[in-house]
Ligand binder design. Structure first.
Ligand SMILES: [Cu+2]
Length: 539
């Protein structure tokens, strides 16, 4: 039985005031200062096929500054860090013990009448105090989504519609196995409880997850220094409902030049490096460039959304929607040349929010620069490739075709703006986890979906549990025919045919049977209703 969240506004408001009236001290590990060297996040590496770890989620909201939400590893220790990178190999188990200790003092401005109203309409949830089905959601409720992983949509694995973890004991246990045929690549984790996702991701509760073995599929990365970049976005209004000032951060270091000096990357002259970037912003579309002497350099794409690319893909601008990942090889500047890492800016359409150009980091070269650890060596020639999922998706005949569309209403009955993702022919409705699924299919299906954008702003289509073949945009073939779990759906100009993307969805894996979601990964849109449910029945 499906249950959903009730968001009782009165409870939520009173729940904001936890603890005493005394000023809160910052429980989060200190974040790096502007203008300092950028380091990789701490790596937690699986041992003998298991990665065991414990996180505590805490928050801090200093008056007049940015909200912080931190996944703390080794709390109460001098080596406490936030949001380490989880590193596992195909077939490994993750055993993550998670404790929610969110409290808001002072409360963040939950000035979202549309959201609150949407959620207050939802029926009550299931068994109280069972994080898998029940309890009443409050502002400090949370859960974790493992973005991009092709694992079961089950409680304690990767289920986010009903899983609601409160600030109580005992810890909640996430336990799952990385499929043995999963691709090496970059994934990420973040809260995904409908209604508070924007708030919590805005506070920085995000981290990377890397499945090892890229050098076995893409030997060109073997031995290269490996950098892990988590790009986040923080709004002064942490719900970022209204467009306002925001700051990008690179591994938590402010990337806000010229207000602050830029983050620093130390490199050896001419060094080739393997960069792994996750866009964990709440709503930022990134056009990444590595510039030498002011000119964007060609970079070689190795993987997108955790899946190694099929064909040679060389670009000067790496476009990543919110939630997307890009892994690529850069060649550093010669001694004496200037170089920098940029968000080149992204036009999100006539009514989209600004995504302005921003220098993310500057490179300092020296022969004795300390580089990050290198990727493993390539396997000996002739070694068989590890098994890969989504085989030959481009040649599979689809079992069904569907059309979906993004739409917005500015005069809806539920608030100033409603956000929808709708199956063509159904009535547009904001997300309600208690509604019947919008799409029902079964294990084994391979479906071609056209996703239209009927609005004047860019959206980011994302689906849980699976990847899809990204076939075309506005009828133009994607030259790389790569696999994604998140894709840019361009803004519609307002005249002529709607903008659209065509995707081939792969529901062949029996392990992903169940109920899960697809949505816009602009998190404000998701929180405001631009999400829907698909049910994949067992074969
Ligand atoms: Cu959207």
């Amino acid at each position: 039985m499906r249950t959903v969240h009730r968001y009782l506004l009165a409870v939520a408001v009173s729940g904001l005031y936890l603890g005493s009236a005394a000023a809160q001290t910052n429980p989060c590990p200190t974040r790096p200062s502007p203008g300092t060297v950028v380091n990789n996040p701490l790596d937690l590496v699986s041992q003998n096929g298991v990665l065991t770890a414990a996180f505590t989620l805490k928050s801090y909201y200093p008056v007049g500054s940015f909200l912080q939400e931190c996944y703390i590893y080794q709390e109460n220790s001098t080596t406490a860090v936030e949001a380490p990178t989880l590193r596992l190999n195909p077939g490994d188990k993750l055993d993550l013990s998670f404790t929610n200790r969110l409290s808001y003092l002072p409360p963040p401005p939950l000035n979202l009448p549309a959201k609150a109203k949407d959620m207050s309409n939802m029926p009550g949830r299931g068994t109280p105090n069972d994080p898998c089905t029940g309890g009443t959601m409050v502002a400090t409720s949370t859960n974790i989504h493992f973005n991009g992983l092709n694992i079961p949509p089950k409680c304690h694995e990767d289920e986010i519609v009903n899983t609601d973890i409160e600030n109580t004991d005992p810890p909640f246990e996430y336990k799952f196995t990385i499929p043995s045929n999963d691709s090496p690549g970059m994934y990420w984790y973040h809260p995904h409880l409908h209604g508070v996702v924007t708030l919590q991701v805005n506070g920085g509760a995000t981290g990377a997850l890397i499945i090892g073995g890229m050098e076995k599929i893409k030997p060109q990365v073997a031995g290269l220094p490996e950098r892990v970049f988590v790009i986040r976005q923080q709004f002064l209004n942490p719900n970022s409902w209204l467009p306002g000032p925001y700051q990008l951060t690179l591994n938590y270091e402010p990337a806000d030049f010229p207000t602050f000096p830029s983050p620093i990357l130390k490199m050896k002259p001419g060094a080739k490096e393997f960069w792994r970037v996750v866009n964990s912003t709440t709503q930022g579309f990134l056009n990444l460039q590595f510039r030498v002497g002011g000119t964007a350099q060609t970079v070689e794409i190795v993987a997108l959304d955790g899946i190694p690319v099929q064909t040679k893909e060389e670009v000067t601008t790496v476009a990543i929607p919110p939630a997307g990942r890009a892994e690529f090889i850069i060649t550093g500047p010669a001694a004496g040349q200037s170089a920098s890492f940029w968000q080149a800016g992204f036009n999100t359409g006539p009514i989209g929010n600004p995504n302005i150009e921003q220098q993310l980091a500057v490179v300092q070269t020296s022969a004795d620069a300390v580089e990050p650890p290198a990727m493993p060596a390539a396997p000996p020639p002739g070694t068989a490739l590890p098994p890969q999922r989504f085989p030959a998706l481009s040649t599979v005949a689809p079992t069904a075709t569907r059309k979906l569309y993004f739409a917005e209403a500015t005069n809806g009955s539920n608030g100033p703006t409603e956000f929808f993702i709708t199956v063509d022919g159904q009535t547009p409705k904001v997300f309600n986890g208690n509604d019947p699924p919008n799409i029902v299919t079964k294990v084994g299906a391979v479906e071609d979906w056209t996703v239209e954008n009927r609005t004047g702003e860019t959206h980011a289509f994302h689906i849980h549990q699976i990847h899809f073949l990204f076939m075309d945009t506005n009828g133009e073939a994607n030259p790389y025919q790569d696999l994604r779990d998140t894709v840019i759906v361009p803004a519609w100009s307002g005249t002529g045919p709607y903008s659209s993307v065509k995707l081939r969805m792969d529901f062949r894996d029996p392990d992903i049977a169940g109920t899960f979601v697809y949505h816009c990964h602009i998190l404000d849109h998701e929180d405001a209703g631009m999400m829907a449910i698909i049910q994949v029945n067992p074969k």
